[in-house]
Structure formats: structure tokens, C-alpha cells
Write a protein that binds this ligand. Structure first.
Ligand code: ATP
Ligand code: MG
Length: 556
């Protein structure tokens, strides 16, 4: 896949290096909030930040912005770590905003002492009401000019848990008439008397994200802090906070913004994905229909295909929706090179080869024509086989290069067969097709008959050797391209009721011992991967993506 040229963030780094940064100063981070699993949008941010780390041989921290104990959980921390590593990246340090709570608290006291923060005793509704609008200034709080001493005492009480939740908050004292609403005395701390997954019940106040984020970057010595565009107006506030810390001798992080990536027919927001899980629309965060990294993994996506996807879309300055088919192209492109070819049948039709009189034989089948080191395996052939029901018609036009009465097809890696007659039930349903075969036409046997050209090659399974399997077929989770674009409607209205179809099919015996998350190409059907819950007694395969092309163009 083609990597794009230097993007605008890379140009910023290059410019900094040419002016006043040394290579040793470069340091990046990926800063998720542990309130859900990562999704495909995060993958582009991970690719960006860890990609810069590799490119400049610079450290990249994984930092959890865990400032809100109400929504955050340790299980999400673990899931995020697993996903980043699975994508192929290793962080320099595992960091947590919660590790900086004490430092942040000390800095808050310094701000209070210097007249840059005050305790407001109004309700959150009153504070919101005084915010003003972009064109009208806000109203200063009646508590804005409390004395430093009073502020320190009240803040101390908040910290010690002596202030009820929802009573007092600490606010930065900036400018109630700033055109940037975020600068109108934003809240820095609120009282939350809930335990935190890392700090337990040590804290009764928790910093707001906006107060913790830039400071965390600063503490870690992050040189370039890349985030999505919605944080552009926050930059002014982050710089204000950093200026007021009174830490002059250390370089401040440089924040720059890039556009969020959205994927068609899905939602990329942890909050919305959490709703799908909570309401039971999907089975969990790693349901293969989810655009989460864990869902895509369970669906059979390879880390390389997701990295290639991120590289191919690059980063931009304007939000847009990437079509799901582009992601699917990336996974096909990768799996085509790496996935072993096997045979599986979703909807079996019995074929009886009347002139075949051997018990069975084991034929050679190439594992991957795209990979010469992939070798071959043996597959069983016998008198009764299954083909896909849709690969047979009693009568069909000239363009139907599959099996029809009186005509021949090749069975992949095996023989040429000809359909002679059908057996039907009283309702007219086809129960079986009786065929003859050409014994000299065995693939790879070197006979003139083995070279004989017939239109159409089918996949098949020896029915007595075929292993039953549960096969899960997926469609898009939403029926429209942008389910959350219409602010008047709830995205849940657009859920596709038919996004999962479970089929009882069959696979070749070599798959009996496949391991969870093994990836395959079921020839002529699509890419599949063994589900994480598969067992040798109950094989389960998840469809990764259908095949766009069948063999009909390539061979006959
Ligand atoms: P969500 O709305 O899904 O919770 P978020 O931005 O709140 O997303 P964070 O955990 O804060 O989630 O995100 C970690 C990093 O990933 C941030 O730097 C954020 O900007 C980036 N990010 C999140 N979503 C996307 C996206 N769709 N495209 C690109 N980057 C993203
Ligand atoms: Mg967030």
C-alpha cells in the first residue's frame, strides 16, 4: 500500500527540528481515557503517534487520562493495552494522569495563592447559566473575589471530603468575557466521593480533563501533543494553565490538531459504542460487528491491515467519513497474501459421483498461491461430495460457469465432473445431483485430461469427511452511511436488524484443529477466522469479509 508523503504534522516536527528542537527532545504519547474499548478512529491516532516514535526513534508514552472515576474501569485499561500491543506498538512508559493527582493538587494551590483560581459555591446550573454566549460576555460569580485564605480553606475542605458532592468547585480565574467560552473561568476540580480504580478512596476531588491533560503532557516531557480538532479551542486554555504553573525552565508541550476519522455505516465514539453493548444490540465490545479494535481482531482483521488502513487514509485537517469498503479493501489486500486457502461450504448440495468406485483418496491442495513458502496439504475426495447449492442449476444461460445438467466443471484440486441427473423431493426441491467424473482429469497429474479446459471451477467437500461448523456471516451494523449525522435522530434508529446471520455449514477436516483467531480464505466464499469461543467439538468461524472476485476470471 502506498504511504502518503509528509503530512502537515510531520512538517511541523521537521520545522521544529530545523529551528530549536533536538531529536532527543522529541517525545509523543497516545492518551486514551479508559472508559471503553478503542475503535478504528483511535487506530489512526495510534498509528500517527507511534509511527512518529518509530520514524524519529523517539519514545511514545501510553497515558491513561483517568480523571473521571465514574466512567473509568481497570478492565478498559487492560483492553486498551492489549489492543495497542496487538496493533504492533510498544510504549516507552505506561503512565496515568492519576499518578499526577498530588502534583496537580500542589499546582492548584499555587494558582490559588497567585490569584488564578477560586472556589465557587454556586450550583453547576447557576455556573452554566452565567457562561454567556459566544457574542455576549459571561457573568462573574459572586464568589470570584474571595480571599486567597478563604479559597485555600475551602479547597482544603473539598480535598478532605468535608464538602458535599455538588457544593463547591475550584475554578480558574481567567476572563468571563473571553470570546473563547472555555476561558470563562473553567472548572478545575469537582468533589466526587467515589473510589478510583487506581487511587482507591485517597481522593475526594478529581481534576477536570482540561486541567489534567496539558499538565500530564508537561510532566512527561511530551514535545508534541497531537489531538483531534475538537481540542483546538482548548489549546488557549492549556497554554494558559501551563503559563501559570510557575515552572519556567522546562519546555512546554506543543499541541497541534488533526481531524477525527469516521467510518461509514458505524459509529466511532466510545460513548455510543457503550450504548450498543449496554442495550444488548451486540454481544460485547469485541462483537465482530463492532468497529472496535477488539471486534475487528475477533472478526479476523490482521494488525497489518489496520495499520495499512491508517497509513493509506493519512491524516487531515477536515473531518470526513471513510467508506467501510476502503477498510475492507485493506483487509482483503493483506489476507490475500497471508491467509491459507481452504474449503468451506455454507449451503451444501449433495453430489453423488456414480462412476467413482474408490473408497476415498487424498489429493494435494496448495495452501496459498500468493506465498510460495506456504506449502500444500492433503484433502480427502470420495464418491459423495458437497458443493454450494447456488453453484448448481438444472438449466442456465451461457454465462453460468458453474454446474448445470449435461455440462462439466472442475472441482478445485480434483477432477472434472459432469452433471447427469437430479433427484428431487415431492415439492421439487433438489435433494442430490448425480454426476460422472473423468478419472484421468485429476489436477496436477500431468495427463492431457488434467490440462483440459472447462468453464468454471468449484469448491467442494467430501461429505463423509466434512466437519460441521457454525459460520457467522455479518452485514453492516447500520443501514445508513452516517447513523449519527442527524442530530434530530438517535443513531440507534438505524441499526441493521440483519447484521448477523448464523449458518450451519461444513469445512474441510484440516480445520478441525484450527485455533481461535486463525485466519483463512474459504475459497470462492470469503475470508474467515476461527472465533475466540471455538472448540474442536464446536467449530465456529466468523466471516471477515466476502471475496470480491471469484476464480472465474483467473482460471477455468
Ligand atoms: P471517544 O469519543 O470515542 O471516546 P475520545 O476522543 O473521547 O473518543 P480518547 O480516549 O480521549 O477518546 O482518545 C484518545 C486519543 O484518540 C485522543 O488523542 C483522540 O483525539 C484520538 N481519537 C479519538 N477518536 C478518534 C478518531 N475518530 N479519529 C482519530 N483520532 C481519534
Ligand atoms: Mg474523550
Amino acid at each position: 500500500m502506498i504511504e502518503k508523503g509528509p503530512n502537515f504534522l510531520e512538517q511541523i516536527i521537521e520545522k521544529d527540528l530545523s529551528e530549536d528542537y533536538t531529536k532527543e527532545e522529541l517525545k509523543f504519547r497516545f492518551p486514551p481515557e479508559p472508559n471503553g474499548h478503542l475503535h478504528i478512529g483511535h487506530a489512526t491516532s495510534i498509528h500517527l503517534n507511534f509511527g512518529f516514535g518509530l520514524q524519529y526513534k523517539a519514545p511514545v508514552n501510553l497515558r491513561f487520562d483517568d480523571t473521571n472515576p465514574i466512567k473509568e474501569e481497570k478492565q478498559y485499561v487492560e483492553a486498551i493495552k492489549e489492543d495497542v500491543q496487538w496493533l504492533g506498538y510498544q510504549w516507552a512508559e505506561e503512565c496515568y494522569a492519576s499518578d499526577y493527582f498530588e502534583q496537580l493538587y500542589q499546582w492548584a494551590i499555587r494558582l490559588i495563592k497567585n490569584g488564578f483560581a477560586y472556589v465557587d459555591s454556586q450550583s453547576s446550573a447557576a455556573i452554566a447559566q452565567q457562561k454567556g454566549t459566544p457574542t455576549t460576555p459571561g457573568t462573574p460569580s459572586p464568589y470570584r473575589d474571595r480571599s486567597v485564605q478563604e479559597n485555600l480553606t475551602l479547597f482544603e475542605a473539598m480535598k478532605n471530603g468535608n464538602t458535599p458532592e455538588g457544593k463547591d468547585v475550584l475554578r480558574a480565574k481567567i476572563d468571563m468575557s473571553s470570546p473563547n467560552l472555555l476561558m470563562r473561568d473553567p472548572i478545575m476540580y469537582r468533589c466526587i466521593h467515589k473510589p478510583h480504580h487506581r487511587t482507591g478512596s485517597a481522593w475526594k476531588i478529581y481534576p477536570m480533563y482540561d486541567w489534567a491533560h496539558g499538565e500530564s503532557d508537561f510532566i512527561e516531557g511530551i514535545s508534541h501533543s497531537f489531538c483531534t480538532l475538537e481540542f483546538l479551542p482548548h489549546r488557549e486554555l492549556y497554554n494558559w494553565f501551563l503559563d501559570k504553573l510557575g515552572e519556567e525552565d522546562k519546555r512546554k508541550p506543543k499541541q497541534r490538531e488533526f481531524a477525527r476519522r469516521n467510518l461509514s455505516h458505524s459509529v466511532v465514539s466510545k460513548r455510543k459504542l457503550a450504548q450498543l453493548v449496554e442495550k444488548g444490540v451486540v454481544e460485547g465490545w469485541d462483537d465482530p460487528r463492532m468497529p472496535t479494535i477488539s471486534g475487528l481482531r475477533r472478526r479476523g482483521y490482521s494488525p497489518a491491515s489496520i495499520r495499512n488502513f491508517a497509513a493509506s487514509i493519512g491524516i487531515g485537517k477536515r473531518e470526513n467519513i471513510i467508506d467501510m469498503s476502503h477498510l475492507e479493501f485493506c483487509v482483503r489486500d493483506d489476507l490475500n497474501k497471508t491467509a491459507p486457502r481452504v474449503m468451506g461450504i455454507l449451503d451444501p448440495l449433495r453430489i453423488i459421483i456414480e462412476n467413482y468406485d474408490k473408497e476415498e483418496e487424498w489429493l494435494d491442495a496448495e495452501n496459498n498461491p500468493e506465498d510460495e513458502n506456504a506449502g500444500s496439504r492433503k484433502i480427502p475426495f470420495s464418491k459423495e461430495i458437497y458443493i454450494e447449492r447456488q453453484d448448481f442449476k438444472e438449466e442456465a444461460g451461457r454465462k453460468f460457469f458453474r454446474l448445470k445438467l449435461g455440462k462439466e466443471v472442475r472441482l478445485k484440486n480434483a477432477y472434472i465432473i459432469k452433471a447427469e441427473r437430479v433427484k428431487k423431493d415431492e415439492a421439487g426441491n433438489i435433494l442430490a445431483v448425480y454426476c460422472s467424473y473423468d478419472p484421468k482429469s485429476k489436477s496436477g497429474s500431468g495427463t492431457p485430461e488434467s490440462q483440459r479446459k472447462v468453464k468454471g471451477t468449484l469448491h467442494w467437500l467430501s461429505s463423509k469427511h466434512a466437519v460441521p461448523a457454525e459460520i457467522r456471516l455479518y452485514d453492516r451494523l447500520f443501514t445508513v452511511e452516517a447513523p449519527d449525522a442527524d442530530k434530530e435522530k438517535d443513531f440507534m434508529e438505524f441499526i441493521n436488524p440483519n447484521s448477523l446471520q448464523i449458518v450451519k455449514g461444513y469445512v474441510e477436516p484440516s480445520l478441525k484443529n484450527s485455533r481461535p483467531l486463525d485466519r483463512f480464505q474459504f475459497q470462492r466464499v470469503g475470508y474467515f477466522c476461527t472465533d475466540k469461543d471455538t472448540t474442536t467439538e464446536h467449530l465456529i468461524f466468523n466471516q471477515t469479509v466476502p471475496l470480491r472476485d471469484s476464480w472465474k476470471k483467473k482460471e477455468n
